[in-house]
Design a protein around this ligand. Structure first.
Ligand SMILES: Cc1cc2nc3c(=O)[nH]c(=O)nc-3n(C[C@H](O)[C@H](O)[C@H](O)COP(=O)(O)O)c2cc1C
Length: 442
């Protein structure tokens, strides 16, 4: 693989850190997840490390054991609007659901944020698999898996059409003639589909990036089809190198079926990090975090991901071998967790330890050198174009990564020394989508 491929690094700001115990660690502020300055501070550290973007997940519900750990709380696009005002280059990726939103509102919110940030925005398209959210939107159970993705595909098509409904030259602003906009260059989209009827046009000029970058995170067959058709960056949760290679190859071949080139889609693998100056210190830190995670919390989390009665999870026995795949739940973390347990023949206690309180993302515990080696191996082999990093504790874990690992990656010629562009598309090396009306006029 030629080195002109650029490694991409995002920080997934999971409130106080990846570990459910992060808020209890020395130097952590228990209120951080509710404090806008925490996100601004983390974004600035990531920008100092010339990261591609910060990423904010989202659930419109309390979907985790809030009695033990911080939750996804503040609305991500509002948080990023504030971060945009305090940063200059770092990309800003927010999650928004296609199941519990309307296309016109999402098109407007992300276009506005792209204008406000000078073209630094990305939209993580999720379909919201969990029960807790469906109950906040008048439903007693999650929308069926297939229907969620069918709606998501139409939703995304409508949002892109709205972003394209203003041609680049639509805005005139000619004070002398009094012509503000050339309305002949602002187009109704007149969309009529199974899930949506949207007349348009959009009421926001075309975003600086043309389209904010489209991101997706869902590894099921439906999830991969949505990604192959629309996503420009995909967050994966691969537990092993081989699995990540298969996933990346599968996505690229599906994208080719939609007429998309290999460079039009980036795979960013989830990677949780616990770093120490020595391996022993990293392991000590991992132990310290594990001891702060109540067993009750870990069992509840595991039974939630596997959608199995916690009473069936015997600590010193392997997982029951008849756990059915949740029909309408999320498949990615279910499979990642099961794969980890089966591959390493873990008991429930062993699995809980291996998950470090998480839901199935791969965790690396080691020195800065070891982390850089791991990243280089996956990147050079094409198992990932970059990583969605989840440091154990924020901001400490990110500061260590920026000060200790980034210099190694730069020395090895894998990662940028400095930003060369201003927009998220520039950072990710993604083309700016042309406006279909302009193409038609050629
Ligand atoms: C890195 C990553 C981030 C995610 N962020 C969110 C999120 O913010 N909100 C959400 O509802 N789901 C989130 N998901 C879950 C996915 O959107 C999806 O529901 C899940 O991966 C299951 O998809 P599948 O059923 O297609 O396998 C995330 C998944 C991954 C891998």
């Amino acid at each position: 693989m030629s080195l002109e491929r650029q490694l991409h690094l995002n920080i997934n700001i999971l409130h106080s850190g990846f570990s459910p115990a992060a808020w209890r660690m020395e130097g952590s502020d228990p209120r951080a997840s509710f404090d806008i300055n925490h996100y601004i501070n983390v974004a600035r550290i990531a920008e100092r490390g010339t990261f591609d973007a910060i990423f904010l997940a989202d659930q419109a519900a309390i979907s985790d054991r809030v009695d033990f750990r911080p939750l996804t709380s503040l609305e991500p696009t509002i948080v990023l609007a504030s971060v945009a005002a305090h940063t200059d280059r770092i990309g800003l990726i927010a999650t928004a659901s296609t199941t519990y939103n309307e296309p016109y509102n999402i098109a407007r919110r992300f276009a506005t944020l792209d204008h406000a940030s000078g073209g630094r925005v990305g939209w993580n398209i999720v379909t919201s698999a969990d029960l807790s959210q469906s109950r906040n939107f008048g439903l007693e159970k999650p929308v069926a898996h297939g229907s969620r993705y069918e709606r998501a595909a139409e939703f995304t098509t409508v949002v892109k059409a709205l972003w394209d409904s203003w041609e680049e030259e639509a805005f005139i602003g000619d004070v002398a003639t009094g012509r503000f906009v050339d309305s002949a260059r602002v187009h109704a989209i007149a969309h009529r589909g199974k899930h949506f009827s949207v007349h348009g046009p959009h009421n926001v000029p075309r975003p600086p990036q043309g389209h904010p970058v489209l991101v997706q995170a869902g590894g099921s067959n439906d999830g991969r089809e949505l990604a192959a058709e629309h996503a420009e960056a995909v967050f994966s949760a691969s537990q092993s190198f081989e699995e990540a290679l298969d996933y990346a190859r599968d996505l690229r071949s599906r994208a080719a079926r939609f007429g998309r080139g290999p460079d039009s889609l980036l795979v960013l693998a989830g990677l949780a990090t616990i770093i120490g100056s020595t391996e022993a210190e990293a392991k000590r830190r991992q132990e310290e975090l594990r001891e702060l995670i109540p067993l009750e919390y870990s069992l509840a989390r595991l039974s939630g991901v596997l959608q199995v009665d916690p009473k069936r999870l015997k600590l010193d026995e392997p997982l029951p071998d008849d756990i059915p795949q949740p029909p309408d739940g999320g498949h990615t973390f279910f499979q990642a967790t099961l794969a980890l347990a089966r591959r390493d023949r873990l008991t429930v206690r062993g699995l809980i330890r291996a998950l470090n309180g998480g839901t199935g993302h791969r965790t690396i515990v080691g020195t800065p050198e070891a982390v850089a080696d791991d990243i280089e191996t996956w990147f050079r082999a094409g198992a990932a174009d970059g990583f969605n990093l989840m440091p154990d504790v924020l901001p400490h874990g990110l500061e260590v990564f920026v000060d200790e690992v980034v210099p190694i990656l730069r020395r090895r010629g894998l990662f940028r020394q400095d930003y060369t562009g201003r927009t998220l598309r520039d950072h990710l090396g993604l083309a700016r989508p042309a406006n279909p009306y302009a193409i038609a006029a050629e």
